[in-house]
Design a protein around this ligand. Structure first.
Ligand code: 4AD
Ligand code: MG
Length: 482
């Protein structure tokens, strides 16, 4: 008898058994009442400790912040196998679910079989030790999802994204897919990334020496969109209530903890809404999303609160239970001027509010979220509805504690002549927006909408302080490694 062959066959059979069994998620296992049941779990090793008799292996599969403890009797396993199991390695474990004598975990697994999918050399695995700084983890964005912090953040991010779709679906909105590649600069800020297949070394030129984009892929100059709003408006003037949820791109050289070059925006657009309806919707949506996360992501929030922000949950509950302060921009300017604060940027009617001004209004003065309306027309986009004073537009920005502006929106100018004259005043090429103008020519309607910065909101809800830590692969100036 060839014993090696027999061993091989038995190994094969066991492997096949493991493969036939349905693995359970750690989340299900930790609340399972089926003590004595044979279970299979697959995940990554967070820690391994123990002695000559027994090893304790903490396994996490990302389904929940907590690990399941695997108990392996050293005598029952091949020596080499247990040695190869180190922090970061990936394993499958079959065993019996038993009540855990250890504190803080209801159950554990008495291992019968272990298969190693992938080892992680302790000498070189960057997450071998705990307690790395967030800055260091940004440099290993390909591995940081394996930490407790980023597991928690990404689960919360998922929950908020899901809740956004749920909210709008439940309220009769349609999800519109706005294009990523566009020919127009919706916000007029000029911070666009060009999309081109022309040879940068030898582009076709026009007689005046400028690049001839007529020969480019789309036959015109195209960019990555800064906002899906203009397209959302087209859809709202047919489907009445729509929203977008898509990546947007801004080539501003802003190296701040609140700016990304690629970020996600949610842009509802609603026919027959005025700016007050718009504010009501914004406030209701934000409160709904916070409540959803409080209900669905309790463990992750508690972890983030313990590690990063002791007031996190209290702040979230406070926002849900507070009416947002609604004031005009002009009132805010008066308050800032009278504040006696040594602001870095001088306060004068007409300025774009800076982070320090927003912070003062929200955190010191009103001590709650603030919605400012009726901003000077000169600092806002061409599409906002003009007020009768000739100076301001029907804008509304929602300012939040910790992050400042989380939402920017407005009632839209629905009058064809007024919109056209504003477009001309601002030197926006009519050939880029003729289609937008046509909606004001044919069956125009009052309408409003806003843009919620997804990552800004995730900063608020996770208690993190840098926007680079709430998106899996941040895009910022000089940074697009992963
Ligand atoms: O205020 P913004 O520029 O408004 C718009 O783009 C409108 N088209 C929205 C609309 O009315 N449909 O941007 C909206 C929000 C901001 O309030 C902010 O939360 C976020 O998007 N945002 C950014 N987030 C991360 N990085 C950046 N560079 C951001 N710029 C804006
Ligand atoms: Mg804005």
């Amino acid at each position: 008898m060839n014993w090696q062959f027999v061993y091989f066959c038995r190994f094969k059979v066991r492997k096949a058994e493991m493969e036939n069994m349905k693995p359970m998620k750690v989340r299900e296992l930790l609340k399972s009442k089926e003590i004595g049941k044979e279970v299979l779990v697959k995940g990554w090793v967070r820690t391994k400790r123990g002695n000559k008799q027994v090893n304790f292996i903490a396994v996490n599969d990302g389904s929940i912040i907590h690990n399941i403890q695997v108990v392996a009797e050293v005598a029952a396993f091949n020596d080499d196998l247990l040695k190869q199991i180190t922090t970061g390695s990936c394993i499958a474990v079959k065993g019996i679910l038993v009540e855990s004598p250890a504190q803080g975990q209801p159950v554990e697994i008495q291992a019968k079989e272990i298969e190693i999918y992938g080892t992680a050399d302790p000498e070189t695995y960057p997450l071998q030790k705990k307690g790395h700084s967030l800055e260091f983890l940004r440099e290993i964005a390909h591995l940081r999802p394996r930490t407790n912090t980023f597991g928690a953040i990404f689960r919360i991010r998922h929950a908020v994204a899901f809740a956004i779709h749920k909210y709008f679906n439940d309220h009769g909105f349609y999800y519109i897919h706005s294009p990523i590649i566009t020919g127009s600069d919706a916000e007029g800020a000029g911070a666009l990334f060009r999309v081109s297949i022309l040879d940068p070394k030898d582009p076709p030129l026009k007689p005046d020496g400028s690049v001839n984009f007529a020969e480019d892929f789309f036959g015109k100059e195209t960019k990555l969109t800064v906002s899906g709003q203009l397209e959302a408006e087209l859809a709202a003037l047919a489907l009445s209530q729509v929203y977008t949820f898509a990546p947007t791109f801004r080539a501003e050289n802003s190296n701040t903890p609140r700016h990304l070059a690629e970020f996600w925006m949610i842009e509802p657009e609603i026919a027959f809404y005025d700016n007050n309806d718009n504010m009501d919707l914004a406030e209701d949506l934000l409160k709904y999303l916070i409540q959803y996360v409080l209900d669905q992501c309790k463990d992750d929030l508690e972890f983030l609160q313990k590690m990063y922000d002791p007031e996190l949950i209290e702040r979230l509950k406070f926002v849900i239970n507070t009416g947002f302060e609604r004031r005009t921009y002009s009132e805010a300017i008066d308050i800032l001027k009278a504040s006696g604060q040594p602001f870095e940027y001088h306060v004068e009617w007409g300025i774009d509010l800076q982070a320090e001004h927003e912070k003062y209004l929200v955190e010191k003065y009103y001590k709650k979220p603030v919605i400012l309306t009726d901003y000077p027309r000169e600092i806002k986009a061409f599409y906002m509805k003009q007020n009768d004073d000739g100076k301001t537009v029907r804008a509304m920005d929602v300012l939040f504690p910790k992050i400042g502006e989380v939402i920017g929106g407005s009632q839209r100018e629905e009058n064809y002549e007024k919109l056209l004259s504003r477009i001309r005043e601002m030197h926006i090429p009519e050939k880029d927006v003729w289609w937008y103008l046509e909606t004001r020519k044919f069956g125009t309607a009052p309408h409003s909408g806003f843009g919620l910065g997804f990552e800004r909101f995730i900063i608020f809800i996770t208690g993190m302080s840098n926007i680079r830590d709430v998106i899996p692969f941040p895009r910022t100036p000089q940074n697009a490694e992963f």
